[in-house]
Design a binder for this molecule. Structure first.
Ligand code: M6R
Length: 606
């Protein structure tokens, strides 16, 4: 989504503010801007493009001041134009505002303000905010009251920050359903959509909650309720992540760095206390009905959970994409909803959890971002500890979530009696081989994957097929290709192919098939049937598999041979191979790997 940052200090802040918004660029990157207060008022500079380019073009570093706000945008209302970039100002330019979220009643507000002779420049919903504040100021209200009165008129979601000429020593900000965090320094305080905005400057932070606004000076901050202006006391939290973790560390792209970090993130997922995992398993087993949810990649992670809960615990627990959950699944009292989310801020998933709570269902979440809304909303949170994931494309966070869900399935298996303690021990041992398998694969097979990508990247239409646990893997792998390489790739169960889609098979459509281990006899044979069906229609097959015998098969047009691994972990090894393939597809095609077109790291709007 959009990224907001702000700094107020006893020293000049321009460089730090620019750095701060650069560190948030992964949240959205179609345009950006800064407003810095100097002796003439807020000076606003903004334009379309990535932060580094706009900063150069608009001479951001030549702006000077002690207080400022900045924004990096992911367009929702209004195209990608300089006028729609933030900050937005009121009519006389004395107030500058940045906003993340969607003001759902902006058209009504805009009409009313236009009738009162306010002049609008952009097509955004956000621009109503400075004008509303200005309107209240005209009536003689003090700035703080005007700010909170304007907030009360906004419907929808918002994280807002404002600077104003008349009060140059304060940043005003507010939160409702979009994240906002205050960072506390020495004679210098910060504001950010997430910790990356200020992690280089301080590790002390205060997380704002919905319905709150704050006033920040260089010496302190005060948080109040939007409703009645009453003060709110908050705990200062320590950010455990370290600034270095958010750097590229010699890798050409964050995506590659994060793929290579996976042995470590799997180890972190394996180190999560058994107690925490059992609490998830208990929730799933003991409830009247249980559901898994997430969206995009985290929906596929949830689906992996569904398959392992079936195989390890004999449980039937559906994974439902959070964007469709409420319309298809009325969870209520006695039910348990387990959500999966890297950011902990995804609108669709939060909507499910809020509604589930309203209907008295129990909620839990596997989340990566410390202090995120989801982590604080649910009854039980398991922090996955994968460290900052900066690339918009999720890799290491998703794999860690899958490992946590497999561990949960194993504990659920003990509770349901499907597994014995000896089975659990053996299965955990197999899971523990995963970091080594991944690191060997990445170190030894990367060149093979790169060459495969170079041979195949010019094919524009793909079917990614898998059966059983390899089906959600195929879906997730296909999403990666779409997101980062912009190749049309449809993920599908291999068995579903013959029920219609097979009509598309010709020599131009490439089919990438995830083949199970030979030990999974039935599944292996059925996947082979699908391959035969494709070949019989003149199709072209690329396989990701681990069978030394199949490697010689004339059915194969191309392949990626995986190391041998236990069936329990092989789908995850195949996933890592497919992540790397997507990465090399993207680099071969010259795509912008870490900031693919049209995407944003966390989607906090409907
Ligand atoms: O932060 P979340 O895990 O809740 O985000 C969910 C999806 O938006 C996210 O996984 C998205 O699909 C990624 N771009 C995947 O690479």
């Amino acid at each position: 989504m959009c990224g907001i940052s702000g700094i107020i200090s006893s020293n000049t802040i321009t460089k730090k503010l620019l750095n701060s918004i650069q560190n948030l660029e992964y949240r959205g990157y179609d345009s950006c801007g800064m407003a810095i207060i100097n002796s003439h008022g807020p000076v606003i500079r903004k334009n379309i493009g990535h932060v580094a380019d706009v900063a150069e073009k608009e001479l951001f570093l030549s702006m000077d001041g002690y207080v400022g706000i900045a924004h990096t945008r992911w367009a929702t209302h209004g195209g990608v134009t300089p006028a729609n970039a933030h900050p937005h100002a009121n009519c006389d330019g004395s107030i500058a505002v940045v906003h993340n979220g969607i003001i759902s009643n902006y058209l009504d507000l805009k009409q009313t303000l236009i009738k009162k002779r306010h002049h609008f420049i952009s097509e955004t919903d956000s621009e109503v905010i400075p004008h509303l504040i200005e309107e209240y100021r005209k009536g003689g209200m003090p700035l703080e009251s005007a700010f909170s009165a304007a907030l009360k008129e906004l419907e929808g979601s918002f994280a807002v920050a404002m600077v104003a000429y008349e009060e140059p020593g304060r940043i005003f900000c507010a939160k409702h359903e979009s994240p906002l965090i205050i960072g506390l320094g020495n004679n210098e305080n910060y504001l950010g959509s997430d910790f990356n905005a200020f992690i280089e400057y301080t590790k002390d932070a205060v997380v704002m909650d919905d319905g709150e606004y704050a006033i920040i000076s260089n010496e302190g901050y005060a948080i109040k309720r939007i409703g009645d202006g009453s003060p709110v006391l908050k705990k200062v939290m320590q950010i455990e992540w370290d600034a270095e973790m958010s750097k590229k560390g010699g890798f050409p792209h964050y995506m590659l760095k994060e793929i290579y970090e996976q042995p470590e993130t799997v180890n972190k997922a394996l180190a999560i206390s058994q107690e925490a995992i059992i609490s998830l398993a208990r929730g799933l087993v003991d409830s009247r009905r249980a559901f898994l949810t997430g969206v995009g990649t985290t929906f596929y992670a949830a689906q992996i959970g569904q398959y392992y809960l079936a195989s390890e615990a004999g449980l039937s627990i559906p994974a439902i994409s959070s964007d469709e959950f409420l319309e298809s699944t009325p969870a209520g009292e006695g039910d348990f909803v387990l959500a999966v989310s890297q950011s902990g801020e995804t609108y669709d998933t939060l909507r499910v959890l809020r509604e589930a709570k309203n209907r008295k269902a129990k909620t839990a979440a596997i989340v990566n971002v410390i202090g995120s809304t989801m982590a604080r909303l649910v009854d039980t949170t398991v922090m996955q500890g994968s460290g900052p994931e900066i690339c918009v494309i999720s890799t290491k966070a998703a794999l860690a979530q899958m490992v946590i869900l497999i561990r949960t399935a194993i504990e659920a298996g003990i509770i349901t009696g499907k597994l014995t303690p000896a089975d659990r021990k053996a299965k955990l041992k197999q899971l523990e081989t995963l970091p080594g398998l991944i690191s060997d694969f990445l170190n030894e097979h990367s060149a093979f994957v790169h060459n495969l990508a170079k041979r195949q990247a010019h094919h524009h239409n793909w079917l990614y097929l898998g059966r059983g646990k390899y089906y959600p893997i195929a879906l997730e792998a296909a999403l990666k290709v779409k997101e980062v390489a912009y190749l049309h790739t449809e993920g599908m169960p291999a068995g579903f192919l013959k029920h219609g889609t097979i009509a598309l098979i010709d020599e131009k459509l490439k089919c990438l098939v995830f083949v199970p281990t030979e030990k999974e006899h039935e599944l292996y044979k059925m996947t082979m049937s699908s391959i035969e069906e494709i070949k019989a229609r003149g199709g072209s097959v690329v396989a990701i598999h681990s069978s030394r015998a199949f490697a010689k098969s004339p059915l194969l047009d191309d392949q990626l041979l995986l190391p041998s691994a236990p069936p329990l972990v092989m789908p995850l090894v195949a996933l890592v191979a497919s992540q790397l393939l997507s990465y090399f597809f993207a680099t071969t095609l010259g795509r912008n790997v870490d900031k693919p077109r049209a995407l944003a790291k966390s989607v906090t709007v409907a």
